[in-house]
Design a protein around this ligand. Structure first.
Ligand SMILES: Cc1ncc(COP(=O)(O)O)c(C=O)c1O
Length: 460
């Protein structure tokens, strides 16, 4: 992961290539354009979620199978996007489609618990070393409920979060994300800013951001809050997955664990992205640090809407005694639970994780070798099924270094380049690839080959 002395990339060249590749993508996606014209008349912005918006139009898909997806123009892609990191099982995995079909024939919803939901909780408890579980229908619901549980458990209101970290779309955590560099604020007093309109200032004032990878800054901030504003919880990703991939520095997570325990702050690892992808037991297993609460979603449902909260007996007691209403009509939906059970027991097996690690190593090494050879300003970084090439001349360790150094133009070009060469890549400069158990060595080698073509073109 060493950052080599990079060549200076000609900015005009990046812009020329971006324009050329953008035109090429537009010309190839006339079917998506037509679908967008139709969609925007009834769907706001032509999409189901603002994260699906793309200028000049989104790419609409028809189907997926294994490691591939197809768009409405009939173009085939190797899928490294995998539904924003949800499809670690790959598309239409026969074990999952069978489990869904069998369950569908038996009824899909009762708003009553089923045995599948118990089996899923048992396996999650084993993997994440936390005994008590509840379900939700998305990652946002999981982090929202986890924060409420932490507030009830501690009797406190303030929420500590990592600056720049995304935890879903509810008010408390739509805070201090995507902030321009000059508004970040002083390291020891980072700005709490709403992410988008419609978030009450009173809620923003309850969220306090601190920098990633800096236990000292966290400790100073907690000490300043000690008089009457001690936080209920710290919500964080153990490895940040919404700034590309940013790994914790050695000792950081252990220091955070110690600090939060010392001040009675509930430590929540948001494993919506890391859980079930970086290891069978997510970041808890990978880094060996056990929080008080874990939130899951994405990969858990094997392509169906899902979410879960796991916790210690002590913290989850407020759910069990009825003081916190952790509720939802579709929580533990039988169809989702059948898919999750088949996924956990029969797809995401120890052998599957060996395969994912093998593929990711191959991909990271391949991309790293291209970076070295062409002396690109960047480095390859990842764990488990996830990784990326971060275009930055220095290593990104937190939001501030990301904002100061990540090359947004190069990241955008790289996405267009991939899309025009059959690689369905995750859009957005904060994203990374997610591999599936159905990916092959050939697919990974193709990714590296396409990246090398870009490197050659950029430096020729
Ligand atoms: C770390 C993290 N937490 C929570 C969420 C919210 O999950 P959802 O989109 O399922 O509500 C996301 C979504 O990308 C995420 O990356």
């Amino acid at each position: 992961m060493a950052v080599n002395a990079p060549v200076e990339i000609d900015r005009t060249r990046i812009r020329e290539l971006t324009e050329r590749e953008g035109t090429k993508l537009d010309e190839r996606t006339g079917g998506s354009r037509a679908m967008y014209e139709r969609a925007r008349r009834s769907l706001s912005g032509g999409v189901a979620s603002s994260y699906q918006v793309r200028e000049p139009w989104p790419i609409y898909l028809t189907h997926g199978e294994g490691q591939r997806v197809w768009d409405v123009d009939g173009s085939e892609y190797l899928d490294f996007h995998n539904g924003f990191g949800s499809m670690t099982q790959g598309h239409a995995h026969p074990v999952i489609t069978r489990a869904i079909a069998e369950r569908a024939a038996l009824g899909t919803h009762f708003a009553a618990a089923t045995e599948d939901g118990i089996a899923v909780a048992e396996e999650l408890a084993r993997r994440f070393r936390l005994p008590k579980w509840r379900y939700t229908n998305s990652g946002s619901e999981a982090t929202m409920d986890a924060i409420r549980i932490a507030r009830a458990h501690t009797g406190r209101d303030v929420v500590l979060k990592i600056f720049g970290s995304y935890h879903g779309h509810h008010d408390t955590v739509m805070d201090s994300i995507g902030v321009e560099y000059d508004r970040i604020g002083d390291r020891d007093d980072l700005a709490s800013l709403p992410y988008g309109a419609g978030i009450p200032q009173a809620v923003v004032d309850l969220t306090v951001p601190v920098p990633f990878n800096d236990a000292g800054a966290m400790e100073r901030r907690i000490e300043r809050l000690a008089e009457g504003r001690l936080p209920a919880c710290l919500i964080m990703e153990a490895a940040m997955m919404n700034l590309g991939v940013v790994l914790p520095e050695p000792g950081y997570l252990e220091a955070v664990r110690e600090l939060t325990s010392k001040h009675g702050i509930v430590l929540i690892f948001d494993e919506v992205k890391t859980g079930l992808t970086v290891a069978a037991g997510g970041a808890v297993e990978h880094f060996g640090v056990v929080p008080d609460l874990v939130t899951l979603a994405k990969t858990l449902g094997a392509g169906l809407p899902s979410g879960a909260i796991g916790g210690t007996d002590e913290v989850m007691a407020c759910v069990e005694d009825g003081s916190v209403f952790q509720v939802g009509t579709f929580n533990g939906n039988p169809l989702t639970m059948a898919a999750a059970r088949a996924s956990l027991y029969d797809v995401l097996t120890p052998e599957a994780y060996e395969h994912l690690h093998h593929l990711n190593e191959r991909l990271l090494e391949g991309c790293g070798a291209v970076v070295e050879q062409y002396r690109l300003p960047g480095y390859a970084v990842g764990i488990g099924a996830k990784g990326c090439v971060t275009f930055s001349p220095v290593r990104v360790i937190d939001y501030e270094t990301f904002k100061a150094h990540q090359d947004g133009e190069l990241t955008e070009l790289s996405w267009l380049w991939n899309m025009n060469r059959g690689i369905f890549a995750t859009p957005g400069r904060e994203e990374e690839w997610t591999l599936s158990v159905q990916h092959t060595d050939d697919a990974v080698d193709r990714y590296v080959g396409v990246f090398e073509e870009l490197a050659a073109e950029l430096t020729s």
